[in-house]
Ligand binder design. Structure first.
Ligand code: M6R
Length: 615
């Protein structure tokens, strides 16, 4: 949930750490701090606020000098966001400095013990407890930092990625991971650590992704030694060559990452199906699926676990799998599933969907499903992420880095992968005709063009946004395949504009929400071509009769809804099952423009973080 960066080498650490924090700020942004060490003095600065506030604070003094440095950008868990709770944290002696991403669940009992032994705490954080626990081990067991970290972490319950150094050891940093991501960049005579590879991509493309329960001692001259936290055994790390490039993590002329990512959708969807969809040959080939296809074909049901936008993609999948492949599907909030004592058997296939591949609840749901013998398949975007490693097999979405906290391209690429899987199964099972199968394949192949067309409505959507930017509430309605899109449209508006919005299946209106309708209430209705079109038209009439304002997303050329709606936004025609891929686009743009007009921080909305690695 927080972003952590570290550097040890021959360059000045501060500029590297600061730039790294800016790239990781999507992970949390309520406070930030750095500690830079020149071998004699540690210069520690931290503040409530964003990385730019930290930079301004430091600019008033002198930039810290030193070739060892660590930095942190925080999403608060224990202790409100303020200067004192910000990381890094010193140990009581002032020798150890730590940054931490995660939660130490048993910190209260450890703190009590440490207080009894005379330790004093300045912050409300669990992190300060951990650094003092490490210090206590060094003192009592007469061991060095690496060993002390290992002993201390064996007493800890929770999740962490930590970076810690000792003033007495100017050539060494120690890192460890359980549940929160940590990558080590291997340069020539220099090493980087970070929550993801973006802070060091211009320096090296060689990286080690630490696995859970692993730690590493990184020495300036001697390199990296990886060990298991549990038993101290040596691990031979796998050095991965990164495919990421700098352009992918920069804004590329757009005002915000979110807008860039909305506009990337045509291209990234091509990346998602490249080499996997051979429309003319009638072939769908998904590496991770081929060996396990029988698991899906023999499954009693598919259970989808996910959170947030990924959960909405799961809901779309429920329609596609049931409609086309005739496989029963249940879609579960991972956070509920993990604690519900669900009935799961070996004949279930569990599909976990996650952009980051790090969401704590989704990860816990996977572990539960595996423990009950289910086959678990992952759909993740971030390559090498924890979920992608914990699942039995899976498919990457290949959307590229998604930096905006509001998920956009992750959603449409997830739907693309899910559609490919459903179509493959439907074809094998014979639940759709070969003619329909071929038509779907060809249509899926031109979806990027359809999205290009949908994006052309941008200026018009901006005008609509102007009209409604001061509305206090919004309703989003859809039916069938577009019910989840209504939920997703409402979520996008809420999270980046802070306007209250609710998504509903259009027909549920009469069962309560219709009471909300008056002349102040904008209702966004997805009314594209579908089996339910006439029913949606009736729902629109019901709203109009109660003076609600209709903003309708319609198929190009529509005349019926056009005559009734106050505002229309057109999207190109596509097969009903694929409509979510195009109807989502105007809803993303509408939320984006309203948020910009309200001066919201679009890429870093308040209270949120990109990946929720705590429960
Ligand atoms: O990385 P994940 O897909 O597992 O994340 C799940 C949710 O936290 C995420 O989709 C969240 O709801 C987004 N902010 C929505 O835009």
């Amino acid at each position: 949930m927080c972003g952590i960066v570290g550097y040890i080498g021959y360059r000045e650490a501060y500029p590297i750490v600061l730039k790294g924090l800016k790239r990781l700020e999507y992970r949390g942004y309520d406070s930030a701090g750095v500690a830079i060490y020149d071998g004699k003095n540690i210069q520690l600065s931290k503040t409530k606020g964003k990385v730019v506030d930290l930079e301004n604070k430091i600019n008033q003094k002198q930039a810290p000098k030193g070739t060892l440095g660590i930095g942190h950008t925080r999403w608060a868990t224990h202790g409100i966001p303020n200067d004192i709770n910000s990381h890094p944290h010193y140990s009581n002696s002032g020798d150890l400095v730590i940054i931490h991403n995660g939660i130490i669940e048993n910190y209260t009992s450890i703190k009590k013990e440490l207080v009894k032994r005379g330790y004093v705490f300045h912050s409300d954080t669990d992190t300060e407890v951990l650094v003092n626990l490490i210090e206590d081990v060094i003192k009592n067991e007469n061991v060095k930092l690496g060993k002390a970290v290992q002993i201390a972490l064996n007493q800890v319950v929770g999740a962490y990625a930590i970076v810690v150094f000792d003033k007495k050891k100017p050539d060494e940093i120690v890192v460890a991971k359980l549940g929160s991501p940590l990558a080590i960049g291997i340069g020539e005579g220099e090493f980087f650590v970070a929550s993801d590879a973006s802070p060091f991509i211009e320096y090296t493309t060689n990286a080690i992704y630490l696995k859970d329960e692993e730690m590493a001692i990184i020495r300036r001259q001697k390199g990296v030694k990886v060990r298991k936290i549990k038993d101290d055994s040596i691990v031979v790390p796998y050095i991965q060559e990164l495919k990421l490039n700098l352009e992918q993590i920069e804004k590329g002329g757009f005002d915000h990452f979110m807008l860039k990512e909305i506009y990337e959708q045509p291209n990234v969807i091509k990346d998602t199906y490249r080499g996997r969809l051979l429309a003319n040959e009638g072939i769908i080939r998904l590496g991770g699926l081929e060996d396990y296809i029988q698991k899906f074909l023999n499954a009693d049901r598919i259970i989808i676990v996910a959170c947030g936008t990924s959960w909405h993609a799961g809901l779309v999948a429920e329609y596609i799998f049931e409609d086309l492949a005739r496989i029963p599907v249940e879609v579960e909030y991972a956070s509920e599933f993990r604690y519900r004592n669900p009935v799961i058997t070996e004949k279930d296939v569990v599909l976990a969907i996650s952009q980051s591949g790090e969401t704590a609840d989704t990860l816990a749901a996977i572990k539960l499903a595996k423990s009950k013998g289910a086959f678990v398949y992952g759909i993740c975007n971030v390559v090498g992420s924890t979920i992608s490693r914990e699942t039995d097999s899976g498919t990457y979405t290949h959307a590229g880095p998604e930096i905006g906290v509001a998920s956009t391209k992750a959603f449409t690429t997830q739907i693309t992968v899910l559609t490919l899987i459903a179509l493959k199964l439907a074809n094998l099972k014979g639940t759709i005709s070969s003619r329909d199968y071929m038509n779907y394949l060809r249509e899926l192949e031109v979806i990027p063009q359809r999205i290009e067309t949908a994006l052309k409505a941008n200026e018009h959507i901006k005008d609509v946004a102007k009209v409604f930017k001061n509305s206090k509430n919004f309703l989003y309605l859809g039916r069938g395949y577009n019910f989840p899109v209504a939920l997703e449209g409402a979520l996008k508006l809420k999270e980046i504009s802070y306007i209250h919005a609710e998504g509903y299946p259009a027909a549920e209106m009469k069962h309560g929400p219709i009471a909300l309708i008056d002349e102040q209430m904008p209702v966004v209705v997805i009314a594209v071509n579908s089996n339910h079109y006439d029913k949606v038209v009736s729902n629109i009439q019901e709203i109009k009769s109660r003076k609600g304002i209709i903003i309708a997303v319609v198929t190009q050329g529509d005349t019926t809804v056009k005559a009734m709606a106050d505002y229309i936004i057109e999207v190109p025609y596509t097969s009903e099952s694929l409509t979510p891929l195009v109807t989502t686009i105007p809803l993303q743009l509408l939320a984006y423009h309203i948020a910009v007009m309200l001066n919201r921080n679009v890429d870093q909305p308040r209270n949120l973080a990109k990946s929720v690695t705590v429960e």
